[in-house]
Design a protein around this ligand. Structure first.
Ligand code: PLP
Length: 423
């Protein structure tokens, strides 16, 4: 990155002007409305390169999917090679069998799997399946957990109340949701007594808001309670799946759900998600009792990407390398911020951690609000200007392609960013 003066975004500005004419907000996902104004020319490994000649060490990773780094050669090669012989058949093919076997075997406990394109869809399939299996409609879900952008799962907090997050959203679609604070097993126990609950859905580690881990015994308690009440336990591992290890959060915390959703890290950057679970539940799709469909589900591209990604994770597990980088990065960021007297709180796992201003005992979304999240959002813009690509909401992702060089560059740039920030 050039260190000469302010970062120019001339070509990005031109592209943005064109984009704004044809695309609302100039973006195709509202999550990107608050992101950087740079346009990206290309990406390799842990690096993004902009059309204006700037480079960035990437700790956003496309919101998570680039777990193996950008454009991982074996995955891209496998997908391109497979697609030469057709992309979508409207019929079955061997790669989808292989991909299903690989995922189920790698994770260990699920008997069966269905692929979809997005995490949002996988969650919808899980909820429908749970409702069909239990004959109940209500679900328990949690403050701060994200399960996609559709009407029945998208929530935000306004004036202390949780509800619809978007204009045009059918609020009635949230009528069957019991929204509880997370990490509070008593609240779940009471709700299970009061309502007939089809499913309890949660991120087993709340990465979307604050990268908050479950308290010791919490997941076990929820597992026990859902068994007692014959409710389906769904872990939404769209972020944590394959990132925390092959078994995701379920393996890390030693608790097996009935259903699990995957996405992001499962396919080396390609658009793939999945719902997996035990045969008793999943086979309801196979009899036709429960509908689950999608023109592009289990395309050659998707299943080649999953197969190559799983093969790579099994043959050359990146987890130790990622842990090393993530720990060194967190330690470096802490040291530098302390040296600048910038009160940053850096917590979480080496694969995904959270950065914010302040200090508090954070166990759920409510206590997360004690931190100064808005101030970090301002700092995140300064970090991007200094060549570190991060999201405003404070989550940093580490990939298999972050190494020594990236660490050195990231910390040097962080130091410079804080020097300018405090000046
Ligand atoms: N579930 C979780 C935990 C997520 O983090 C996300 C997306 O970030 C989704 C579901 C929705 O996935 P997608 O954006 O692929 O629809």
């Amino acid at each position: 990155m050039d260190d000469a003066g302010p970062r120019l975004l001339t070509q990005s500005a031109e592209l943005r002007e064109r984009a704004l004419k044809r695309t609302p907000g100039g973006v195709h996902s509202n999550v990107r409305l608050s992101g950087s104004r740079d346009f990206i020319r290309c990406a390799r490994g842990a690096w993004l390169y902009s059309v204006d000649g700037h480079d960035y060490v990437d700790y956003l990773l496309g919101q998570g999917p680039n777990f193996l780094g950008h454009a991982p050669q074996p995955i891209v090669d496998a997908v391109f090679a497979a697609c030469r012989d057709g992309i979508i058949f409207g019929g079955q093919h061997e790669l989808e069998v292989r991909a299903a076997e690989l995922v189920c075997d790698a994770v260990g406990w699920p008997d069966m799997i269905r692929f979809s394109m997005t995490g949002t869809e996988a969650v919808q399939a899980a909820l429908r399946l749970a409702r069909a299996a239990t004959g109940r409609t209500k679900i328990i879900r949690f403050e701060g957990h994200y399960h996609g952008w559709l009407d029945n799962v998208l929530i935000s907090q306004r004036d202390g109340k949780w509800g619809a997050a978007s204009a045009g959203q059918l609020t009635s679609h949230l009528d069957d949701s019991v929204i509880l604070p997370w990490n509070d097993a008593t609240a779940v126990a009471e709700a299970l007594e009061r309502h007939e609950i089809a499913a309890v859905i949660m991120e087993p580690i709340m990465i979307n808001a604050g990268v908050i881990e479950p308290l010791p015994g919490y997941l076990d308690a929820i597992r026990e309670l859902t068994r007692q009440h014959s409710s389906v336990l769904i872990f939404d591992e769209v972020i944590s799946g394959f990132r925390l290890g092959l078994g995701g959060g379920a393996a890390r915390y030693g608790v097996t759900p009935d259903l699990v959703t995957y996405g992001k890290a499962i396919a080396g950057g390609f658009p793939v998600a999945a719902l997996a679970g035990n045969a008793e539940l999943m086979s309801r799709f196979g009899t036709g009792e429960v509908n689950h469909a999608g023109t592009f589900n289990s395309s050659v591209m998707a299943t080649a990407a999953v197969t190559a990604t799983l093969t790579s994770l099994l043959e050359d597990p990146p987890y130790d390398r990622i842990t090393q980088h993530g720990n060194a990065l967190m330690a470096g960021l802490r040291e530098i911020s302390a040296a600048h007297n910038v009160p940053l709180r850096i917590v979480g796992l080496p694969q995904a951690f959270h950065v914010a201003f302040g200090d508090a005992d954070v166990t759920d979304y409510r206590s997360l609000q004690q931190l100064d999240l808005a101030r970090y959002e301002q700092l995140s813009r300064v970090l991007v200007e200094h060549g570190i690509w991060v999201a405003g909401r404070g989550v940093w992702y580490v990939s298999a392609s972050h190494g020594e060089r990236e660490l050195e560059v990231a910390l040097t740039r962080f130091d410079k960013a804080l020097t300018d920030w405090v000046a």
